[in-house]
Design a protein around this ligand. Sequence first.
Ligand code: NAP
Length: 247
Amino acid sequence: MHVLILGGTTEARQLAGLLHGTPGLTLTSSLAGRVASPRLPPGEVRVGGFGGVDGMTAWLREHAVDVLIDATHPFAGTISFNAADAATTAHVPLLALRRPGWVPVEGDVWHGTGSLAEAAELLPALGQRVFLTTGRMGLSAFAHLDALWFLVRSVDVPEPPCPARMEVLLDRGPFTLDGERELLRRHHIDVVVTKDSGGVATAPKLTAAREAGIPVLVIRRPPTPQGIPVAADPESAAHWITRRHAS
Ligand code: NAP
């Protein structure tokens, strides 16, 4: 059985770890190639786009893929729709591994927005010193906000256009609550911007913001293809795959 995992997430790596070494199962993980030094999952890894739906369909056929797992990030909208179309055309069963979104709890001051552009519009009314954790792509949406100061945290160095008043912190999760508290305090942060990525690795910033009474602009998830089975965690996805493998 050949399993192709579309990855780029912690959960995709964890799933590869759970499946690696299963007798009779061949595993390939696919990465987009956006990050300069990605954390690699165990097993075979291919890097780079497939060339749209047609390219992915051809890849599934040429490599005799039996099961496709879309374990990409909730904000990677294009690849998820491509996977749905390619799986249908190539008659390959598809499972989405998608971590649940975050849910506000008492004390959270969250403002939901539909996009980075909308977040940029709302931002000046909420604070002056921004902790921006939406990744290095899409910083251009905030580039015109000259009156605000930004602490930008990303895995790789952002490319212009970027906000004029900005400090870049190169880092990747998981992050600790103590570390996030200290960041907010040291940089006098008064507003946080995040995607609704979900998961535990990057959630401590939300707790730290709640404790400090700091508002959080939460960018809502883009739509995902409907009618596809979804696993909320790597263990459930591994179970789904091994059940098919056994039958
Ligand atoms: P996207 O907009 O959905 O995808 C754009 C194109 O990148 C796709 O059409 C595909 O190219 C290629 N691609 C994306 N994921 C791929 C994968 N796993 N393997 C091979 N090709 C892939 O995706 P994105 O938002 O740029 O994200 C790129 C990758 O970073 C994803 O794998 C995602 O899991 C990871 N990531 C994204 C975010 C985020 O906030 N967007 C955060 C953390 C990690 P072709 O059409 O040529 O096949």
